[in-house]
Design a protein around this ligand. Structure first.
Ligand SMILES: Nc1ncnc2c1ncn2[C@@H]1O[C@H](COP(=O)(O)OP(=O)(O)OP(=O)(O)O)[C@@H](O)[C@H]1O
Length: 325
């Protein structure tokens, strides 16, 4: 297996008129990696992935995918990638299998292997028993699964998934992740995906947090959470106000009531708890310690929660829509 990066991006930029959608990003994705691009709506995820897939021309910088330049070697890039985008492009009047056969012809999959490959990818997403059904009869989750199967049909080296689970219910989302995990076990493939679901970013080997067109940080979910440094401690007491004062006076900690409990952040929370019981000077009825989540990571690197950032982006796109009228 090659050790050259599956994706190598240097100073990649995209402007739409005055909007700087992507402001010069740099990153590399190793072969076999599941790499996640995490950011709120409007952060520049789709624009970046579209440039890597040769669907949008960069305004500057460079990108190699499977060793090929996305501007000068578009055909080579396209042959080596699979795409699953937010907007479905399946033909509802054709059966699931016919959709895949059509795709196989477009990509020149050799005739002698098409049948076996179609069966293999459809079994991977548990749709083989529905191969003859028209796609218009499929649920949203089944269509997404079929799109993933189609994206894999020509054995791409890099599979791009743009928000693969957006709009799906939690059960279907978790099933899709089951297939993605199965896929990385069975196929020699690199997966590049975008998401704005924090819980899904946890499944990636590494994630890049992107905000306002810039990559803010790149690392494994574990390392990112560790970089935040502090655990979240929540305690229940008979008198929250008194507990907040005591935490401040005795430990110099800033606490507030969150989700009905006195909440504060502290390094090595588990080691701190025994001291807390001994020195707080009032009874504690329950305590919980949790590690930082990716939400805390996003907050610490961007200064806002992903939801706040999202409503800001929504407001921006609403203003742009109004301005165009
Ligand atoms: N074709 C376009 N013309 C003008 N502006 C665009 C175009 N496509 C994207 N933008 C703008 O570029 C910025 C980045 O958009 P992009 O779709 O890449 O973000 P995103 O992170 O993928 O968001 P989402 O999760 O909503 O898809 C936004 O401000 C968006 O409004």
């Amino acid at each position: 297996m090659s050790t050259a990066p599956a994706v190598a991006v240097h100073g990649l930029r995209k402007n739409y008129g005055k909007v700087e959608a992507v402001k010069g990003v740099d990153f590399e994705v190793a072969p076999g990696e599941v790499f996640g691009f995490l950011g709120p709506n409007g952060a520049g995820k789709t624009t970046t992935i579209s440039m890597l897939c040769t669907l949008v021309n960069p305004s500057g910088g460079s990108a190699l995918v499977a060793g090929h330049d996305v501007v000068n070697e578009r055909d080579e890039v396209r042959r080596n990638i699979g795409l699953v985008f937010q907007d479905p492009t399946l033909d509802g009047y054709l059966s699931a299998e016919q959709n895949l056969r059509f795709h196989a012809e477009l990509y020149g999959v050799p005739k002698n292997v098409v049948g076996d490959r179609i069966r293999q990818v459809m079994e991977m997403v548990a749709l083989w028993d529905r191969k003859d059904a028209k796609v218009m009869t499929f649920s949203g989750g089944m269509k997404r699964r079929l799109e993933i199967a189609r994206g894999l049909l020509h054995s791409p080296r890099v599979l791009f998934l743009d928000e693969p689970t957006v709009g799906l219910d939690p059960q279907t989302r978790s099933a899709i992740w089951g297939y993605i995990n199965e896929l990385r076990r069975l196929e020699d493939i690199t997966i590049f995906m975008t998401t704005h679901y924090m819980d899904e970013a946890e499944f990636c080997d590494r994630i890049a947090i992107i905000d306002h067109g810039e990559v803010v940080v790149i690392d494994s979910p574990e390392a990112l959470k560790a970089s935040v440094g502090k655990d979240r401690v929540q305690i229940h007491t008979g008198d929250d106000a008194k507990a907040i004062t005591a935490l401040s006076e005795r430990f110099g900690l800033e606490a507030a009531v969150r989700e009905g409990a006195v909440t504060f952040a502290v390094a090595s929370g588990e080691e701190f708890v025994p001291r807390l019981f001994a020195e707080l000077g009032m009874p504690i009825t329950s305590v919980s310690v949790s590690r930082p989540s990716l939400d805390d990571v996003f907050m610490s690197y961007t200064g806002s929660t992903i939801r706040d950032a999202e409503s800001g982006a929504d407001a921006m796109s609403w203003m742009r829509t109004m301005a165009r009228r």
